[in-house]
Design a protein around this ligand. Structure first.
Ligand SMILES: O=C(O)c1ccccc1N[C@@H]1O[C@H](COP(=O)(O)O)[C@@H](O)[C@H]1O
Length: 236
């Protein structure tokens, strides 16, 4: 598992999560400075910041790097990139003190390897349509800490639509993954009792907003409570 120690400018981070008793939760698309402390205070495992210029959640100049750097060290800070060069990714990582990257475009296994060797936790996203060819993901296995399965749509991510989760029943690779794509509070009960091979966490994004990039702390809090209370019950 990649650690932040080797990343220039990275803040200290918690140990990489081991196989969780409950689903890990990533809240993505953070760019509203006013909402950041409230969401961080809810204790998500990961917070995502989108650095894809075409996204309505693009961080751009909206967030001062110091605000991101000052977040609690218990939270993994993830930069989300789409077809960005390794050089640019590392510059952003250093500026914002990120410890993880989510690669949401057509990034190669070689680029995952470069970022992994730079000491970053690497999450490679794959779009899911009518079917998934898990064998095509094999070259990524050595270099990724997590995969992320998102719904195929018009945009690279943030389409707000779910896919057929049953497709993941056939998952047989050793890399744990996040489930993403249109997840909302209404899915909490089903997600908390999902038993899919390799499922490690969920990614909350557009369904938890009052406007693109403006997260609704009440809705995120409701989701976390629902997911975690179920997880706690099951671990007893
Ligand atoms: O949210 C975006 O705008 C975005 C843009 C480019 C790449 C990834 C993006 N978001 C990721 O998309 C998935 C699913 O989001 P949603 O729940 O369907 O809104 C999630 O992993 C975000 O990290």
């Amino acid at each position: 598992m990649a650690l932040a120690a080797g990343v220039p400018g990275a803040t200290s981070q918690p140990d990489a999560p081991a196989a969780p008793a409950r689903l890990l939760v990533k809240v993505c698309g953070m760019r509203d400075a006013a909402a950041l402390p409230g969401i961080a205070g809810l204790g998500p495992d990961f917070l995502g910041f989108i650095f894809a210029p075409k996204s309505p959640r693009f961080v751009g100049e909206m967030l001062a790097p110091e605000l991101v750097r000052a977040l609690p060290p218990t939270i993994w800070k993830v930069g989300v990139f789409v077809n960005e060069t390794t050089e640019n990714i590392l510059a952003t990582v250093q500026r914002f003190g990120l410890a993880a990257v989510q690669l949401h475009g057509h990034e190669t296994p070689v680029q995952c390897e470069e970022l992994n060797e730079a000491g970053l936790l690497v999450m490679k996203a794959f779009s899911v349509g009518e079917q998934v060819d898990f064998a095509a993901l094999l070259p990524y296995v050595p270099y990724c800490d997590f995969f992320l399965f998102d719904t195929k749509g018009a945009a690279p991510g943030g389409n707000g639509a779910i896919f057929n989760w049953n497709l993941l029943k056939a998952y047989n690779l050793p890399v744990p993954y996040f489930l993403a794509g249109g997840l909302g509070v209404e899915h909490a009960a089903e997600l908390a009792s999902l038993h899919l091979p390799g499922l490690a966490g969920v990614d909350l994004n557009s369904r938890f907003e009052t406007a693109p990039g403006v997260k609704d702390a009440a809705r995120v809090g409701e989701m976390l409570k629902a997911l975690r209370s179920k997880g706690d019950d099951e671990s007893k």
